[in-house]
Design a protein around this ligand. Sequence first.
Ligand SMILES: [Zn+2]
Length: 377
Amino acid sequence: MRVQRIFYCCLIGILLVACKEVRKITDVVTNPTARELYSRNFPRDSQDFKNWQGDFERALLDSLIIELPYAEKGISDSMQNRTVGYRFLLQEGSLLNVQAKTDSISQPVFLDLLQIHSDSLSTSDIIKSNDPATKNLEYQVEITGRYLLVVQPAIGFTGKIDLILYTTPSFGFPVAGKDYSAIHSFWGAERDGGARSHEGVDIFAARGTPVVAVKDGRVTFTGNRGLGGKQVWLREGLLGKSIYYAHLDSILIRNGSRVKSGDTLGLVGNTGNARTTAPHLHFGVYANGRGAIDPLPFIQQADSVYMGSISEPIYPKVVVSGSVANLRRSPTTKGTKVGTVQRNDTLTVLGHTQNWGHVRLQNGQRAYIHRSLISPL
Ligand SMILES: [Zn+2]
C-alpha cells in the first residue's frame, strides 16, 4: 500500500514537472509570461482555474495604493485568495525592484507589472513579468506615471508571501565620492530671474573632484562653449539618453572615446556661466526628441526599506479593538477611506507593514487598518 502511494506521488510529481515545460514554438515570438505558461496546466473550464483568473481580474480593479519603498511581512492564511494589486507611481530613470518570498521555494508566485493608461485594465497592459524561475522582477522605468503590480501565487498556494518593492537609480553618481546630499539645486529652479528654468541638477564638490561616466557609452562632444563652459556629452547606446556634464575645470577624455561606467571624464570647476559661483557639476539628461528631462531619478538613491524593521506578525484572524476604525486604501492616515469597522469585528490579515495591517474583508475587498486598532482574536 505504502509503495503504491509513493509510486503515485512520483507519477504526479513527474506529470507536474512535465506540465511546467509546456512550451510552444510560437513562444519564441509571443514570449509568454510566467502566469501564461503556468495557466496552460489547467483546463480553462475548471472551477479552480476560473476562480484564479477571477482573482487576478479583481486585483486589477480593487487595488491598494502604496508609496515606494514598501515592505510587507506576510502572514500564513488557509484561505485561497491571496491575489493582490498594488498601485504606485514610478519616475523615468529609476529601476523598479520587486522581491516576493515564500516559505517554500517550490511554490510559484507570479508578478505582473501593468502600466495604467485608463481605468479599464487587462492582461494586455502587462509590460513586465517575473521570470518563471524566480520571484523577482526588475523594470527600467521609461515613462513617468502610474503602475500596478499584481502579486498572485499558484493555485492551491499555502503559506505566506513577504513582499518588498523599491527603486534604485539606473545611473551611477556623476561626481566621485559624492551622493545626493551634494545636490543643492534641482530641476525646474528659476534661472535669470525666471526667464528660464534649470534643466538639470547642480552637484557641489571641491574644484578638481573627478566627474565620472554614469553609464557605459560614447563621448559625443567635448569642448568649451556657451553657458556650460567646458563640457562633455556622453551617449548611452545608439538611441539612449544624452548625458551632459558642464562647468568642468578640465576635460580628461577625448571626443569619440568609448567609456565604461565610473571612468573619469573631467574635473569639477566653474567655467561658463558658473564663474561667479562655487565649483559644481551641472548634470543634465536629454531624451531623444524630448529634450531635457529631470535627471534626479536617474541618480538619486531612494530610501531603503528592510523586512527586519517590521515586528513579527500577529495572527491571520484579528478583532478590532478600537471603538471604530477606518479602513484605508493606503497604509497612511492620508489614504482614501474605503470603510469603517466596529469594535469586536473580525478581520483576516494577510500581512503587515511597520504600522498597518493589510486586511481582506468578507466581500474580498482589500484595505489597510492601523495596527494599534487590532489585536489577536
Ligand atoms: Zn545647473
